[in-house]
Design a protein around this ligand. Structure first.
Ligand code: FAQ
Length: 311
């Protein structure tokens, strides 16, 4: 088939809801967009281990510590699935990590905020994993097979993370005045950054039209953000907390919780590397990656020896 015929066949398959698999022909731009988005997603999972990892040694009980340890390990596992899924597109993880270290690949803005109290751990599980689930439930239907399948498993684990986070915040909200204040303070600090996770408004999102056309994304940034707000506000109210938005109101006609404007200056500042913890997160990743060099070398030597013995 010549290129025009290949493109037509590819677009027909997308329109019919087929999954595109690694060995199928795909436009170079589709491959590039997926590598960009999926590697960013993988980096987010791994960098996202840092803010929560910060509280493993200070969890208030053995049970809380065990749940947090398991959650942080799950996030590392999600990074692995996603790096593997991205490798099916013809890039290896060494190169993806180089791109991250050189600032050529991004990770989610949310992980550049500090975790100042135990309540932040509950709020991350509830709001950050909650926002991730809304986005990822949509991505489970994406047109690229390996990404879609990785999302199904990841969403199941994220649902559990969200429940454990909401349970931590509920416990604090029903506790002493000081505990309730701690929970409210965490919601105040994490609310707007959680809404920023969905990316810029549709009109300001350079990648959305192309991604929606190829059914990489099934819903837009603004649609998903609104869905998250509609799901979350009743949960906030159920435990007697509030969100820091004086413009929040329920709109009877649309059934939506309408919310105020995001501080886009803050969003772009954080995305461009100047948020509260960007430098710390990247320094930590670089250092730990360098410290792990011997593990990678040993694994490669072992694989080479096994292959030599087999031949
Ligand atoms: N942060 O044209 P768009 C998690 C960039 S996983 C940083 O709208 P697109 C689980 C964007 O890359 C969370 N950068 O882009 C967990 C683009 O720049 P580029 C991660 C952002 O791709 C919980 C530019 O702005 N989830 O939380 C952000 O159509 C707890 C223009 O934007 C995913 O990655 C942002 N928030 O839509 C783990 C999901 N927003 O690349 C540990 C997959 C936008 O052209 C602990 N990704 N940018 O230089 C996506 O769904 C999409 O890529 C969006 C952005 C929605 C993030």
């Amino acid at each position: 088939m010549d290129d025009a015929a290949k493109v037509a066949n590819f677009e027909k398959r997308i329109a019919e809801g087929d999954k595109i698999e690694p060995k199928n022909w795909m436009p170079e731009r589709y491959r590039k967009q997926l590598i960009r988005m999926m590697s960013q997603h993988a980096h987010s999972e791994v960098i996202g281990m840092q803010p929560e990892g910060n509280w493993i040694t200070r969890a208030p009980s053995l049970k809380r510590k065990m749940a947090l340890l398991a959650k942080v390990q799950d996030e590392g596992g999600h990074g692995h699935y996603l790096y593997s899924a991205t490798e099916t597109l013809g890039i290896d993880r060494t190169e993806m990590i180089e791109q991250l270290h050189e600032g050529r690949a991004k990770y989610s803005s949310i992980f550049n905020y500090p975790t100042l109290s135990w309540a932040d751990i509950g709020v991350i599980g509830w709001l950050v994993d909650g926002a991730a689930i809304v986005n990822q439930t949509m991505l489970a239907k994406t047109s690229y097979g390996p990404y879609s399948r990785a999302m199904i498993r990841i969403c199941r684990e994220e649902s559990f993370h969200k429940k454990q986070g909401y349970e931590i915040v509920t416990t604090l909200a029903r506790g002493s005045e000081a505990q309730k204040a701690m929970a409210q303070d965490a919601v105040n600090r994490w609310w707007w950054p959680s809404l920023m996770m969905f990316g810029p408004h549709d009109a300001d999102s350079p990648n959305s039209a192309e991604l929606l056309g190829w059914k990489v994304k099934i819903q837009s940034n603004d649609e998903l953000r609104q869905r998250f707000v509609n799901i979350t506000i009743p949960q906030v109210r159920a435990i007697g907390l509030t969100v820091p938005d004086p413009d929040l109101r329920f709109d009877e006609e649309s059934g939506d919780w309408k919310f105020g404007e995001i501080d886009w200056e803050e969003f772009w500042r954080v995305v461009k590397g100047n948020g509260p913890c960007n430098r710390q997160r990247m320094e930590h990743h670089r250092r730990v990656h360098a410290e792990g060099e011997w593990v990678r070398a040993a694994a490669e030597a072992y694989a080479a020896k096994k292959a030599a013995n087999a031949s």
